[in-house]
Ligand binder design. Structure first.
Ligand code: ZN
Length: 198
């Protein structure tokens, strides 16, 4: 145990996901040796997040404005929408460079035991988009785990009745039980190009 503010900092850092006690200590001492200007940028970033983060009104992705960069990009194909669970999944798919359409972020996956039903996810918003905009294909890219599968099955049922809409899912080959973000770019890219109609 260190005394005072240093230990407070280590405790706070150690409470973050993926940061063990040793990493927390290393980061804390790194910060102690950092310029005041760099520390202030970190403080500002934390304060901005604490004030609240904005989400795109169209797709639900993290945004700096009312809509995100992808929804505002006229070069992106508005006919294709890829449905993912979290904003981090958008990043994972963007890294593959296989997808030139737009996204829809659900904000999680169906998990009845934790009280997450269809109303807790942005499913109504998705159905609204499909009814309103010209969308020809919805690609379901939920995580390859139990909750992600349940969510995909539910979405397929909800999307079946839209005339002329093709619904596809990523090809198998992604490591089961994990998160989309843990798949390497090549595997995820292949799953994307090999997507199949459901
Ligand atoms: Zn957006």
């Amino acid at each position: 145990m260190y005394e005072g503010p240093v230990q407070d900092l280590i405790d706070e850092l150690g409470a973050l996901p993926g940061v063990g006690p040793k990493s927390a200590q290393r980061i804390a001492f790194h910060l102690l040796a950092t310029d005041a200007a760099d520390i202030n940028r970190l403080i500002t970033a934390l304060q901005q997040v604490a004030k609240g983060v904005r989400f795109c009104e169209i797709c639900g992705n993290v945004a700096a404005d009312t809509t995100c960069r992808i929804c505002g990009d006229a070069r992106r194909d508005p006919l294709l929408v890829c449905v993912v669970e979290e904003p981090k999944d958008v990043l994972a798919i963007e890294r593959t460079r296989e997808f030139k359409g737009r996204y829809h972020v659900l904000g999680g996956a169906l998990d009845p035991l934790s009280g997450v039903g269809p109303d807790q996810l942005r499913i109504k918003e998705l159905l609204g988009r499909i009814g309103r905009d010209e969308i020809t294909e919805v690609i379901i890219a939920t995580d390859p785990n139990t909750e992600g599968e349940a969510t995909a099955t539910y979405l397929v049922r909800m999307l079946r009745d839209f005339p002329g809409l093709s619904v596809t899912r990523l090809a198998s080959g992604l490591p089961m039980g994990g998160d989309l973000e843990f798949a390497d770019e090549l595997t995820l890219g292949r799953a994307f190009t090999g997507r199949r109609a459901v």
